[in-house]
Design a protein around this ligand. Structure first.
Ligand code: NDP
Ligand code: KPL
Length: 330
């Protein structure tokens, strides 16, 4: 199959290399140093899905109409990247590989003739240098759209994606996006202090802040009428319990999620942007919680404070852990 990958960074580079290894015909888009490196030396993938060196076509935009497109940019770049490729891909099925709540709706709005799905991935991929990706934790990924059962096309695409990594088609995709948003409460604190997810969760004080942001995310979801999807060992019942629990009890959830990442330090995708000197996706992660809270007319002070701290780091570098502890007043 001819597969177009828009944004060959961490996850996009991983998919491009794994689809090429599986015998698909891959064209990827990238920009700047990433594009130059892929054109010159291909993509070198290592880690959880094995090592492979993929020589693939790479351009600023797709030059050939594919049978399937994966949008793998950070959320803030999705709209511009789709618009730049719209002539070639409108009408082609699109899989949006993105965190946050908005990617699939954005793609469906920009590409009215395409059927757009979202892929929720808990794989941890580090884009260590241009053209080089290391998978530090493997995991099941989840494909879907909307609120209902997966349609036949979704099931077919899940099988195609499984040529690269294990993917299942799921019902209730919107609820699963909220569960993934809750998991992504793991991203902000490591990005603020410059440590791995595992280090942050091992730190009692920082873990309390991560737990508080997760609990707040779930409370906001409940206020918005969300039924949380089942993903990465979490489900609606568990998350509702987390929303009612004191932090001392609720911290079991981030602990379990970090344990599932294994021993290889995972920076998270937000901190990786910072290390490359780029703006982060935080307005689509903790920022989404703040926006949804405002729609539900409830407060989200922990998430609002974390968004502000990540923006401060974007401007001036990592902050001491005390600044994070101060979010909970201690
Ligand atoms: N990395 C991970 O482990 C995980 C990431 N995710 C989610 O997946 C999504 C992708 O994340 P990740 O792979 O880490 O992101 P990366 O930043 O590593 O990769 C995105 C790539 O897209 C490129 N890009 C941006 N705009 C364009 C454009 N207009 N044309 C061509 N290329 C473009 C970027 O280039 P440039 O470098 O120049 O900006 C970058 O190389 C995010 O929503 C993230 O939250 C989800 C689970 C795990
Ligand atoms: C699940 C996690 C934290 C994996 O790294 C992720 O989604 C991210 O880094 O954005």
């Amino acid at each position: 199959m001819r597969i177009g990958i828009i944004g060959a960074g961490a996850l996009g580079g991983m998919f491009a290399a794994l689809f090429a290894r599986a015998g698909h015909d891959v064209e990827a888009t990238a920009r700047g140093a990433g594009l130059a490196a892929i054109r010159e030396g291909g993509i070198r993938l290592s880690g959880g899905y094995g090592s492979t060196h993929a020589i693939i076509a790479a351009n600023e935009t797709l030059t050939v109409r594919p049978d399937l497109v994966l949008l793998c940019t950070k959320a803030q770049d999705g709209e511009a990247a789709l618009a730049a490729n719209a002539d070639v891909i409108d009408g082609v099925p699109v899989v949006v590989v993105q965190n946050g709540l908005e990617g699939v709706d954005t793609a469906a709005r920009l590409l009215p003739r395409s059927t757009c799905y979202g892929l929720l991935s808990i794989v941890a991929a580090n884009y260590t240098e241009p053209g080089v990706v290391r998978v530090t934790a493997t995991a099941q990924s989840y494909l879907g759209r909307g609120d209902g059962e997966p349609d036949a096309e979704c099931t077919r695409l899940a099988a195609v994606l499984s040529d690269a990594i294990p993917v299942i088609a799921i019902p209730g995709f919107r609820g699963a996006q909220w569960t993934k948003l809750t998991v992504n409460m793991l991203n902000a604190v490591p990005a603020i202090v410059g440590q791995s997810v595992q280090e942050v969760i091992a730190d009692r004080g920082l873990r309390r802040v991560v737990t508080a942001s997760m609990r707040e995310c779930v409370r906001v979801g409940i206020a918005r009428g969300v039924r949380f999807g089942t993903l990465q060992g979490l489900d609606d019942r568990m998350l509702r319990r987390l929303a009612r629990s004191p932090l001392r009890v609720a911290q079991a959830v981030p602990r379990r999620l970090a344990a599932r990442m294994g021993d290889v330090p995972n920076l998270g995708s937000t901190q990786q942007s910072l290390r490359r000197g780029q703006p982060t996706e935080i307005d689509f992660l903790n920022g989404a919680v703040v926006r949804e809270a405002s729609l539900a007319r409830v407060d989200a002070p922990v998430n609002a404070a974390l968004v502000a701290l990540v923006h401060e780091v974007e401007r001036g570098g990592y902050l001491p852990r005390e600044r994070v502890l101060a979010v909970l007043g201690g």
